[in-house]
Design a protein around this ligand. Structure first.
Ligand code: TYC
Length: 102
């Protein structure tokens, strides 16, 4: 007679459909940082072209803030820090912050 082989049922893998939450990087306006400098930072850190960088800078300038892009949390924090640091090195109060997407 054939032996009975007990096969332990494998627990079903949870479907991996959850995506990591994305974080917005936000540019805040100030009264001191030169417009061209803001554009330069946006191009350098966020790899924007001249036109997009100018548009984002002017939106922050007019409205007080502008969402630049969304990234995973680590990347958003690193880029916001890097960009803020470039202004700091020149003595500008330029500030980039992050917040989670809804
Ligand atoms: N408001 C600044 C000026 O008039 C320019 C500026 C724009 C600074 C956007 C910061 O996020 C900013 N020189």
């Amino acid at each position: 007679m054939a032996e009975k082989v007990l096969v332990k049922p494998r627990p079903k893998l949870k479907p991996k459909t959850e995506r990591p939450k994305l974080w917005k990087v936000i540019l805040l306006n100030d009264d001191f940082t030169p417009r061209e400098f803001v554009v330069m930072v946006l191009k350098a850190v966020f790899r924007m072209g001249e036109e997009q960088a100018y548009h984002v800078m002017m939106t922050a300038h007019r409205k007080g803030a502008c969402v630049i892009a969304v990234f995973t949390r680590d990347v958003a924090d690193t880029k916001a820090k890097e960009a803020t640091e470039l202004g700091k090195q020149k003595g500008y109060p330029l500030y980039f912050t992050t917040e989670p997407e809804e």
